[in-house]
Design a protein around this ligand. Structure first.
Ligand code: FAD
Length: 348
């Protein structure tokens, strides 16, 4: 991913997409044609989520296989580390490598609960760890996972980590503040993270302030580490409220008022969502252009900007935002090299 970002023409804009492994056969059937069509727009990369504790291990790897090897998309596999057995983690990393996946988003997952392990859906979990160490060696924070991957795989994987422009949600309602997470974020980067991907947000000012704090951080550790904003197209009033609450993303008053005015009508909500998200992309783009034209105030090299979309496995709103914001490069979309898929693998 970082090689691809470095190769983007300075000032260019592009996008990436997140998918989750479908839970049901119907979900899988719906996802396949959407993925195929979205693949034709040539996202810079796609990410595949991971159920905390490895609950979706098998399905996540199947989806990663589909996107990486059958659709030919650069794939980033999310991996969590808490409450997950070591051998599940080892097996997942080995499978990812076998599939040619070169990118991992290293995450903590849920709050750790001592001695509890999630039941995974992985069929072929080895009986023992390769290094003979206990299965219960617990990785508590994402930084432990970054170190674990680097220790075993060197620079094979490009590693991303999660960041929170408004502060991590566990300290929600009390001390939710990005400054509280900063020392731990620095640790994650020093441990070997290559890029940073944000929690969803609606408050552009908060994102820009956060970006500025990284760009100008006295430690210099964030230099050359791409920061990828994560955006969630809004599909309904209920989803907006739920996801904003879960992630503790604040919704600026003017944006909330626009949604409240149409909240009873899902189609209108979607449309407002497209307008709002397009506005967010444009504000970030304009800010980057401004910074490039006034270079010298910060020591930031102009580079291509990636916008990451949490698709919720849906297509239309994302496609409209990409179109509206001119995020699809004609060159890339005309390559049109998505392969034809057989829907066998994704079905439950
Ligand atoms: P960490 O970086 O470990 O941080 C968690 C909290 O602990 C923070 O408050 C941090 O400040 C604090 N902390 C970190 N290190 C230390 C330390 N050494 N001592 C004390 N405190 C410390 N979850 C899933 O289950 N599956 C997914 O696929 C998934 N994808 C995600 C994708 C993105 C882009 C994002 C932003 C989140 C995703 N999550 C996913 C959610 C994520 O697992 C949670 O937000 C989780 O609560 C924190 O993960 P983290 O990797 O940021 O944790």
């Amino acid at each position: 991913i970082t090689d691809k970002i470095a190769a983007l023409p300075p000032g260019s804009l592009t996008f990436s997409l997140e998918f989750f492994p479908p839970k049901t056969a119907a979900g899988a059937t719906n996802l396949l044609p959407r993925l195929t069509r979205l693949a034709q727009l040539r996202p810079l990369f796609v990410t595949v989520t991971w159920g905390a504790g490895g609950t979706t291990a098998e399905k996540s790897l199947e989806l990663a296989e589909l996107t990486q090897t059958r659709l030919g998309l650069t794939t980033c596999l999310h991996l969590t580390c808490t409450n997950m057995r070591r051998r599940v983690l080892d097996a997942a990393l080995a499978r990812a490598k076998e599939l040619g996946v070169r990118n991992i988003l290293a995450l903590r997952g849920d709050e750790p609960r001592e001695g509890e392990y999630a039941t995974t859906d992985m069929e072929e979990v080895p009986e023992e760890n390769e290094d003979g160490q206990g299965d219960d060696v617990s990785l508590v924070y994402a930084v432990d996972l970054v170190r674990y991957i680097r220790a075993r795989y060197g620079s094979y994987f490009c590693i991303g980590v999660a960041v929170y422009p408004e502060g991590h949600a566990s300290s929600c309602y009390t001390t939710q503040d990005p400054a509280v997470d900063m020392p731990h974020l620095i640790e994650k980067v020093r441990a070997g993270a290559d890029f940073l991907m944000t929690q969803m947000f609606y408050d552009v000012e908060a994102f820009l302030k956060f970006k500025h704090s990284l760009d100008t951080h006295e430690s210099g550790v964030f230099k050359g580490k791409p920061l990828i904003p994560g955006l969630m197209p809004i599909q309904s009033w209920g989803i907006l409220r739920r996801t904003a609450k879960l992630s503790c993303a604040s919704i600026p008053k003017d944006i909330l008022a626009r949604f409240e005015a149409v909240k009873a009508d899902d189609e209108e909500v979607k449309q407002v969502g497209i307008d709002v998200m397009s506005g967010i992309v444009e504000s970030i783009r304009d800010n980057a252009a401004l910074r490039t034209s006034t270079r010298g105030t910060h020591d930031v090299a102009p580079q291509g900007q990636v916008f990451h979309f949490y698709t919720l496995n849906l297509e239309k709103a994302v496609a409209q935002i990409l179109d509206r914001c001119d995020l699809v490069s004609n060159e890339r979309s005309h390559e049109n090299d998505a392969r034809t898929l057989q829907p066998t693998k994704l079905v439950n």
